[in-house]
Design a protein around this ligand. Structure first.
Ligand code: NAP
Length: 306
């Protein structure tokens, strides 16, 4: 019977955090494997442009960034298993990562699975998903050329995607529940300068209307009910950590489920690290995810070899 290979580091998630960890693991001589359910690059692949990463003065498209990361994994011979993790057993010297296609063993594990969108929780949201309701402007904006759309949210994602949507839609309503954005002032300034964007402050969505596709919104603006004529709604109401596979695992997390780590990316379980957006942290960006990955792999190498 073949003995199961035990990797030095099993990296769950192939976004900027996981991929950078693989680069640093390779440099430190660790045998690592990435388990990724979608594509190398993670969420950034569905972002129109990455404008705040050093050494790209003109920015770079999310898709190209992901492709370059993928090439880097290939040139380093990092194995990538495209599958979904179902459960993990993290205690003890050999940790097990159970996927829908089998089990992978490692002396250390890095959790770098990032986040997923929060639902708005209003009538019509799930019923009309893919039929006017979307969580990804970069994927779906082209379907709304010349139409009216709304974006909900007041963070960086809502602002960034409003700018992107304005290139396609006739009119973009940006709906925010307060009278102040949470997103950075640089993006706010850009949004305010686009003539086809109308900001609806102190506004919430009560219902997404439509039988087969979105044909309007019921909103409450400054306490007054109103109808909004839109054919699309893009939801950016924040994100939650992607940690379904950690169910039943005792690991220190904050009240929103983000993993608490030390400065060396150590979780509360020996030999288990977390990096990127999944962590409780101050700034969620590609650059800080990459930084976390580099630190985690370096700390794991030190853990294994000293
Ligand atoms: P976020 O910063 O958490 O913002 C979420 C927004 O959604 C907030 O404005 C919030 O309103 C609103 N919201 C939450 N629940 C809502 C609900 N039920 N109904 C209506 N509105 C709701 O999330 P994000 O914009 O997705 O960004 C996530 C992280 O990624 C952040 O750290 C962000 O900086 C980062 N990011 C960075 C970039 C960039 O640098 N280019 C781009 C995208 C994302 P309140 O403000 O009232 O709470």
């Amino acid at each position: 019977m073949n003995e199961q290979k035990i990797y030095d580091m099993v990296i769950i998630g192939g976004g900027p955090a996981g991929a950078t960890a693989a680069i640093y693991a390779a440099r430190a001589g660790l045998a690592s494997i990435i388990i990724e359910q979608m594509n190398i690059g993670g969420e950034i692949v569905s972002t129109d442009r990455l404008d705040n990463y050093p050494a790209f003065p003109e920015g770079i498209s999310g898709a190209e960034f992901g492709m370059l990361l993928q090439q880097q994994m290939e040139s380093l011979d990092v194995p990538v298993e495209m599958t979904q993790v179902e459960h993990v057993t993290l205690e003890g010297e050999v940790k097990k990562v159970e996927t829908i296609s089998g089990s992978v063993a490692g002396k250390t594990v890095l959790i770098a699975t990032g986040t997923e969108p929060n639902l708005l929780g209003v009538k019509g949201e799930t019923e009309l998903l893919g039929r006017g309701v979307s969580y990804c402007a970069t994927c779906d904006a082209a379907f709304f050329r010349g139409k009216n759309v709304a974006v909900v949210g007041g963070g960086d994602a809502a602002l960034e995607e409003t700018i992107f949507l304005a290139r396609f839609a006739e009119k973009v309503y940006l709906i925010h529940r307060r009278d102040q954005f949470r997103g950075c002032s640089w993006l706010q300034d850009k949004v305010m300068k686009i003539p086809s964007v109308e900001i609806l402050w102190n506004t919430t969505i009560s219902e997404i209307e439509g039988e087969k596709k979105v044909d309007g919104l019921k909103i409450k603006q400054d306490g007054q009910d109103r109808d909004l004529d839109v054919q699309g709604l893009f939801i950016y109401a924040g994100r939650k950590p992607k940690t379904g596979f950690l169910e039943g695992v005792e690991m220190e997390r904050d009240d929103r489920g983000f993993i608490i780590t030390s400065g060396k990316m150590e979780t509360s379980i020996d030999g288990v690290y977390a990096a990127g957006d999944i962590r409780k942290k101050y700034l969620r960006q590609v650059i800080t995810a990459a930084s976390d990955g580099a630190i985690a792999a370096t700390a794991a190498a030190q853990y294994l070899f000293t």
